[in-house]
Design a protein around this ligand. Structure first.
Ligand SMILES: Cc1cc2nc3c(=O)[nH]c(=O)nc-3n(C[C@H](O)[C@H](O)[C@H](O)COP(=O)(O)OP(=O)(O)OC[C@H]3O[C@@H](n4cnc5c(N)ncnc54)[C@H](O)[C@@H]3O)c2cc1C
Length: 343
């Protein structure tokens, strides 16, 4: 178990903001969690679980506690029949590495299992995927999640939980709500994938990409390559530009509210979804810079940290965007990434 002291949260998160964390512990084996539990009790400090830091914003006051950085590794086939396969991944693995593994597996007839190929190139670890039920291009982890293993910091023991115990929904699970927040360190994730490859029509931008490139055969690898190309054309690479991906959640309205919204010219998708990117773009904010934070020109729901010096700068930019959208459309946007530390 590696312990470091006074580590800037900005170096652990892709938005690159935040003061110092008192301690950082790298969790390399399951047994490190029990030791970290004892260390936290001895020091009487709170813990925070971190994967790749691509959905967490560090605050200026730092964190007078212990950040547990996930370095658990391994991907295993644990079960298969003629139609499906179960893969178990230790949660410090990159989600994208698990996707790559799944699309290259021989399924008895050809290469590739289906279920997570559209989640290609989402930054971050496998362990964070169930926390906010990651999703992209029509797939969500909840559709393939079989079960997870966790270390429960409240009961001080390991537990196995089935997917239907996790209350998975849009950007929602027991891990990011109520007393589940910070309680469970997810140590492994089991997904069930199958041989039924995706068929057109695909998510709009992906469909357009395939049509433009005359692609007509859709193996999981082809979907993965298509998603990667579409994402690359729209989303910032965290290694190059500091961001936390989508900064705002989409807005959902009830069926009764849809006619009034459409009468105002607002784009409403199935299920009453109003893409927050559409609202931000149509409030005229694309490319605008507030306190060093830029509204991405390519995907308006992404805020890029060009030169913000602090969380306070980000907070001002966030309020400017929320206010402008509210003034124009009457919807209050909500932040998607979680926050770590004291303001
Ligand atoms: C450019 C960019 C594009 C993105 N695109 C998408 C997208 O298309 N779809 C999407 O859904 N998200 C997207 N995201 C957001 C982000 O990649 C996902 O939320 C990802 O799952 C975060 O993984 P992480 O390992 O970085 O998690 P972190 O940011 O480290 O943590 C996120 C949350 O999960 C908790 N957590 C992390 N690991 C564990 C664990 N093992 N056990 C328990 N809790 C844990 C943390 O405490 C925190 O609350 C994008 C982000 C960026 C920067």
């Amino acid at each position: 178990m590696k312990i470091r002291e006074n580590v800037p949260i900005s170096t652990l998160t892709t938005m690159r903001l935040g003061g110092n964390a008192r301690y950082v512990i790298e969790i390399e084996e399951d047994k490190d969690l029990a030791e970290a539990y004892i260390f936290a009790k001895e020091k009487d400090l709170p813990t925070y679980i971190l994967g790749g830091g691509s959905n967490v914003i560090g605050r200026d006051g730092g964190f007078n506690g212990i950040i547990l950085v996930n370095k658990l590794h391994g991907i295993y086939v644990i079960d298969s029949d003629e139609k499906s396969i179960r893969l178990c991944a230790k949660t410090g693995e990159l989600l994208d590495d698990l996707v790559e593994y799944s699309v290259k597996l021989w399924n008895g007839e050809s290469y590739g299992y289906s279920g997570i190929e559209a989640l290609s190139k989402i930054p971050g670890t496998v362990g964070a995927a169930p926390v906010q039920n990651v999703g992209a291009y029509g797939q969500e982890i909840k559709n393939v999640l079989h079960s997870v293993c966790v270390y429960d910091f409240k009961d001080n023991c390991f537990k196995h939980m089935m997917a239907d115990e996790l209350d998975l929904g849009y950007r929602h699970s027991i891990f990011n709500t109520g007393d589940g927040v910070g309680r469970y360190f997810i140590t492994s994730v089991t997904v069930e994938l199958n041989k039924n490859w995706l068929k057109p029509p695909f998510y709009t931008s992906l469909q357009a990409f395939f049509e433009e490139h005359n692609i007509t055969e859709f193996t999981p690898q082809v979907i993965r390559d298509g998603v990667a190309a579409v994402r690359e054309s729209k989303l910032p690479d965290p290694a190059v530009e500091a961001s936390a991906g989508s900064f705002f959640k989409n807005v959902y309205i009830s069926e009764d509210e849809i006619p009034a919204a459409e009468a105002k010219g607002i784009m409403v998708w199935g299920g009453g979804k109003i893409p927050s990117g559409w609202l931000i773009e149509n409030a005229g904010l694309k490319g605008k810079v507030f306190n060093g934070m830029r509204v991405s020109e390519k995907a308006a729901l992404v805020l890029i940290n060009d030169s913000a010096k602090s969380y306070a700068d980000l907070a001002k930019a966030r309020e400017a965007v929320i206010d402008a959208v509210y003034e124009k459309f009457g919807y209050k946007l909500e932040q998607e990434p979680m926050e770590l530390g004291d303001e």
